[in-house]
Design a protein around this ligand. Structure first.
Ligand code: FES
Length: 105
């Protein structure tokens, strides 16, 4: 079993409701969404390396890559068009009194 490696990535309130931000954490680009709770995914689109945050348009559980409009489920990372079984890596998010933490392992 993998151990959880929690890392503080931002202060609480950094990401407005309905928005996202991109963070660089241990060399990985990670998008955090504040939409129906907090969700975190690798932010690099599998198509041509577009960033799904902060410019990706969010509608419900879906974010649209701003470059060529591929769609991902922000809760699972699943790509919703063109290719089956493709996912962006998902990270667990923990909101604590002193900030937003991610399990970056
Ligand atoms: S880079 Fe994301 S859709 Fe093309």
């Amino acid at each position: 079993m993998n151990e959880l490696v929690w890392k503080k990535v931002a202060e609480k309130g950094t990401i407005q409701i309905g928005k996202s931000k991109e963070f660089e954490i241990e060399g990985k680009k990670i998008a955090i969404f504040n939409q129906d709770g907090y969700h975190a995914l690798d932010s690099v689109c599998v198509h041509q390396d577009g960033s799904i945050a902060p410019e990706g348009k969010i509608e419900g559980d879906v974010v649209e890559c701003p470059l060529h409009f591929w769609h991902y489920n922000i809760k699972t990372g699943e790509l919703m068009d063109y290719l089956k079984g493709v996912k962006l890596k998902k990270y667990e998010v923990d909101i604590r009194d002193d900030g937003i933490y991610l399990d970056v392992d």
